[in-house]
Design a protein around this ligand. Structure first.
Ligand SMILES: NC(=O)c1ccc[n+]([C@@H]2O[C@H](COP(=O)([O-])OP(=O)(O)OC[C@H]3O[C@@H](n4cnc5c(N)ncnc54)[C@H](OP(=O)(O)O)[C@@H]3O)[C@@H](O)[C@H]2O)c1
Length: 307
């Protein structure tokens, strides 16, 4: 199989950076990283500015680069901004997906869209790919609408990679902190943290997610795949695992509830995803959580932990 030409949107984000790094390691692959602002992480194929809200610019990028595959990692991934500005959230998370899907259809490219366990209501997780979505906040509704826009599009070569609570070490001056790095920063500074005990997820290491998504591309698979870590645990339990992995004082950690922490928008509580399909059909093997936390520690330059 010829190595593909891969276009990544949102390449300055947490997921986009991991994808760009991983795609650049694919022998012979040509990668074009695109993002709204100046490049934070370069791909071998280069970097171009691309605002996915600009349909003409999207089309020009497809004409110029002629991708075989597009990983559409541009999006608004936070709950509160989606709740407070639903129009902006819908424009980026839904309308732009339809724009990119239509460009993929016209230019003969396959499309992979990262999505989320927030498409579920959190009554009964962890969820399989064919469980019934029922989002409970604006972010979740926008991501489900994006998945549905793909299903309704004329594009047939599409896949959705649902993930959750991604953590890693992206480049950038002040990247939005994921939960792991937030915990490391706060606990390292000796500040107490309050963490929800009622929210359950399957936290996902960014390099594992990128590997799973690129397997979807490599094996030319379509449909919905869950691509997360394997371990399901509460955010409170995760905080204790982070404290242990980074030798930080876990007496600074106390339990709270999601409702108390985020009064503005509900979150699915018993969520997280089952990855059996990705394991059996893609050979996806995420590393154990403690190994992923160790990898973050290494990337932060904190060295390997002595046991
Ligand atoms: N992080 C998670 O835990 C998680 C979990 C489940 C699903 N996902 C999904 O994964 C995708 C990526 O999320 P992420 O965590 O990487 O978020 P992120 O770190 O906030 O990155 C999102 C990127 O999208 C870019 N973007 C926003 N609007 C754009 C536009 N109009 N044109 C071009 N780029 C635009 C942002 O650009 P700027 O850098 O210029 O702001 C940012 O670089 C999202 O679809 C999200 O729903 C993420």
């Amino acid at each position: 199989m010829l190595p593909p030409r891969i276009l990544v949107t949102g390449a300055n984000g947490l997921v986009g950076q991991a994808l760009t790094r991983a795609a650049a390691r694919w022998p012979g692959a040509d990668v074009l990283a695109t993002g709204r602002g100046p490049a934070l992480a370069h791909a071998r194929g280069g970097y171009a500015r691309l605002d996915v809200l600009d349909g003409d610019a999207v089309d020009r990028a497809f004409q110029d680069f002629a991708p075989d595959a597009v990983v559409h990692a541009a999006g608004i991934a936070q709950v509160e901004p989606c709740e407070t500005d639903r129009e902006a959230c819908w424009a980026v998370n839904v309308d732009a997906v339809a724009t990119v899907a239509s460009a993929c259809h016209r230019h003969g490219a396959r499309l992979v869209l990262p999505s989320t366990d927030f498409v579920f209501d959190g009554q009964d997780g962890p969820y399989a790919e064919d469980d019934r979505p029922a989002p409970i906040n604006a972010y979740g509704r926008s991501k489900l609408a994006a998945e549905n826009a793909l299903k309704a599009s004329r594009l047939t070569d599409w896949a959705v990679a649902r993930t959750t609570m991604v953590f890693g070490v992206p480049a950038g001056p002040e990247p939005r902190l994921d939960v792991v790095r937030w915990l490391v920063r706060e606990l390292s500074a000796g500040r107490p943290v309050r963490v929800p005990e009622d929210q359950v997820r399957t936290p996902t290491y960014d390099d594992d997610l990128a590997d799973g998504i690129l397997r979807i591309v490599r094996f030319k698979r379509s449909g919905v795949f869950n691509v997360t870590g394997r371990e399901q645990l509460s955010v409170l339990a995760l905080a204790h695992r982070v404290a242990a992995a980074f030798d930080l004082d876990d007496r600074l950690i106390s339990a709270t509830t999601t409702a108390e922490l985020h009064p503005g928008a509900p979150r699915p509580l018993r969520a997280g995803l089952l990855i059996l399909r990705a394991e059996s059909e893609l050979g996806y093997r995420p590393r154990p959580l403690d190994a992923a936390l160790g990898a973050v520690r290494d990337r932060l330059g904190l060295g390997v932990r002595e046991t």
